[in-house]
Design a protein around this ligand. Structure first.
Ligand code: KIV
Ligand code: NA
Length: 266
């Protein structure tokens, strides 16, 4: 089967077909989600707090994400693989953005990149698109700016709604093929989705976006502690994996593992 590309996602919007995106950071998750038919996989800088053990996405670097992107791209045959541009790797200039995105395309084998921000990012987006790199936007709550935004907060309330719409339209005009909206009131996300011809992808943005995205460890119940309100847990991998580890340790202690079945004869 052929790779999902920009026109396929555009066609889904035209037909009113909703679709799901997930993050992926490694081979097996990528392979499983690809086989499950998830059309777009994001190698998110959420690797910061889901793979590398940071508290935020701010410390994540290009060197962190390039090998993960390459693993995800190599393990998939159908999904479009989108690489997140990390904090500080694209905001300085369109040239910096192009150099970073080029690394993700060449070394990471990504099919597209994602970057955070509205209108101010238009020059960066325009250069990437001119160079042939599909760009996914990301507005609303943008985790790379959480120190300015004052933590995880809903964006686009009150006066913010009009600004959000203007940002979304600016991203579309600049050539983005899709835009993520994070933690935005559902009615505002709906209005933006109706105003745009490109797909919107919601996370904490209500049911009316063209697509949804979740961090896979949240979706599959691997993370510990309290998940954000916008998360729905579809499995309990944390419980399952914990039980497996305990069973294994118990059988090693009791001498039950390895048995003859797992041993080699002379
Ligand atoms: O890094 C990430 O996982 C993201 C998605 C939640 C959109 O940016
Ligand atoms: Na991200």
């Amino acid at each position: 089967q052929r790779r999902v590309r920009v026109p396929h996602l555009q066609a889904k919007k035209t037909k009113g077909e909703k679709w799901a995106m997930l993050t992926a950071y490694d081979m097996y998750a990528a392979e499983i989600f690809d086989e499950a038919g998830i059309p777009v996989l994001l190698v998110g800088d959420s690797a910061g707090n889901n793979v590398f053990g940071f508290e935020t996405t701010v410390p994540v670097t290009v060197d962190h994400l390039v090998p993960l992107t390459r693993a995800v791209a190599t393990a998939t045959s159908r999904a479009m693989v989108v690489a997140d541009l990390p904090f500080g790797s694209y905001q300085a200039s369109p040239q910096q953005a192009l150099a970073t995105a080029t690394r993700f395309m060449k070394e990471g084998l990504a099919h597209a990149v994602k970057l955070e921000g509205g209108k101010p990012m238009v020059p960066e987006i325009e250069l990437l698109v001119r160079a042939g790199i599909p760009v996914m936007g990301h507005i609303g709550f943008t985790p790379q700016s959480e120190h300015v935004l004052g933590g995880y907060r809903v964006q686009g309330r009150g006066d913010g709604a009009e600004r959000l719409l203007e940002d979304a339209l600016a991203l579309q005009e600049a050539g983005c093929f899709a835009v993520v909206m994070e933690m935005v009131p559902a009615p505002v996300a709906r209005k933006v989705t109706e105003a745009l011809t490109i797909p919107t992808i919601g996370i904490g943005a209500g049911p009316d976006c063209d697509a949804q995205v979740l961090v896979w460890q949240d979706m599959a119940g691997l993370r510990g502690g309290k998940a954000p309100r916008f998360v729905k847990k579809y499995a309990d991998l944390r419980g399952e994996l914990g039980r497996a580890a305990q069973d294994y340790a118990r059988e090693v202690a009791s001498g039950e593992f390895p048995s003859a079945e797992q041993s080699f004869e002379s």
